[in-house]
Design a protein around this ligand. Structure first.
Ligand SMILES: Cc1cc2nc3c(=O)[nH]c(=O)nc-3n(C[C@H](O)[C@H](O)[C@H](O)COP(=O)(O)OP(=O)(O)OC[C@H]3O[C@@H](n4cnc5c(N)ncnc54)[C@H](O)[C@@H]3O)c2cc1C
Length: 323
């Protein structure tokens, strides 16, 4: 079996929740595998991220290079091509950075490419039977992937449950010498932080999140009623902000806020990876959607097939009666 690597996202020295999810993906591909975490960056933040990765992975490969101080998929791709042995399997999260990095990496490694993996059915004679999503989750495709020349696989955040495990006490190997010249043609300029409004949803423990399923701005009032009854805050998907129904500070997702609630109620939200990419900390997800095939049901702990405009007022009434 090929060596399995997991590319670890990290920020300010803290590794992303997807780091442990990729471990679950690796174990599903090969239960006996000892996957290696790839942690690239620069300086003291990298050192903290490596220490955190070593809590989950038995092997960590660290690359410390000034060119890797800021997220730049072109430069990371160059580093990985030099670092990862031919024929390996490289896993990463299916979010905006992984989508930028993975396709070109697969081409440079001459390896198979699988994007938006949501499940693995089987591994049979070197053929991986994988389930992935296409067309924004409208279609599930079942594919077989020949792993014999390696693969680059992006896994949808939240689709593979990270297991609670004892600290791995992993070894960190410094591989910086393997990737010296990392000049790229595009440069990182700056991170533009999302504006903060009157509600800081990044601190909320319970979120009632509204999507396009609300149909009209006036209908959002029922979400605020429910949130009030539950002691929750209201957040939303991007189309709600684009339509100027709610302010940008309430948007959850890769181009909005990253939230870490205990409970996340996704109401009339399809569950795009850009939206789900903003939900961290493995919250209890309740999804209300009138389409039983909506991708959000893949990651929900409780799924309710219903019209939000009918279900939410009823739920609010029940909560008020019980209070
Ligand atoms: C670069 C980039 C960055 C992005 N960043 C973000 C981001 O940060 N956050 C974000 O959210 N999106 C982001 N997006 C947009 C993202 O791709 C999706 O388009 C968006 O998340 C969809 O929002 P939605 O789920 O509300 O709408 P839709 O995908 O239209 O889903 C609406 C859902 O509501 C259901 N529905 C309809 N009517 C009802 C009803 N009456 N009752 C119950 N259910 C109903 C439908 O079945 C459907 O599943 C980004 C896109 C790009 C290209």
């Amino acid at each position: 079996m090929a060596q399995i690597f997991a590319y670890i996202l990290h920020k300010n020295g803290v590794i992303d929740d997807t780091a442990r999810e990729l471990l679950a993906v690796a174990r599903k591909i090969d239960a006996s595998a000892t996957p290696t975490a790839l942690v690239l960056g620069a300086g003291s933040e990298l050192a903290s991220a490596c220490a955190a990765a070593a809590g989950a992975y038995a092997q960590v490969w660290k690359v410390d290079n000034a060119a890797l101080a800021y997220p730049n998929a072109e430069v990371v791709r160059k580093a990985l091509v030099k670092l990862v042995p031919a024929g390996s399997i490289v896993l990463m999260a299916h979010e905006h950075f992984g989508m930028d990095l993975a396709p070109g990496l697969a081409i440079r490694m001459d390896a198979a490419f699988v994007s938006d993996l949501v499940d693995i059915e089987d591994l049979d004679g070197g053929l991986l039977k994988a389930v992935r999503q296409e067309f924004g989750g409208a279609v599930h495709s079942h594919v077989t992937v020949d792993l014999s020349t390696g693969a680059v696989i992006t896994a949808r955040p939240g689709s593979f449950q990270a297991k609670e495990e004892a600290a791995a006490g992993g070894q960190v190997a410094d591989k910086s010498g393997a990737v010296e010249d990392l000049a790229g043609r595009r440069d990182f300029i700056e991170v533009v932080a999302a504006e903060v409004g009157d509600v800081d949803i990044t601190k909320s423990e319970v979120l009632v999140s509204c999507g396009r399923g609300f149909e009209e701005q006036d209908n959002l009032a029922i979400a605020f009623e429910l949130a009030k009854a539950m002691g929750a805050d209201v957040s939303c998907s991007r189309p709600i902000v684009d339509a100027k129904w709610l302010e940008k500070a309430r948007q959850v997702g890769t181009s909005g806020q990253t939230v870490k609630p205990k409970v996340y109620m996704a109401c009339g939200i399809s569950g795009s990876f850009q939206h789900m990419g903003g939900i961290k900390g493995n919250p209890f997800i309740v999804a209300i959607n009138k389409n039983p095939k909506a991708p959000i049901f893949q990651v929900a702990d409780v799924g309710i097939v219903a019209d939000v405009l009918e279900f939410i007022p009823e739920l609010t009434e029940k909560i008020k009666e019980g209070a």
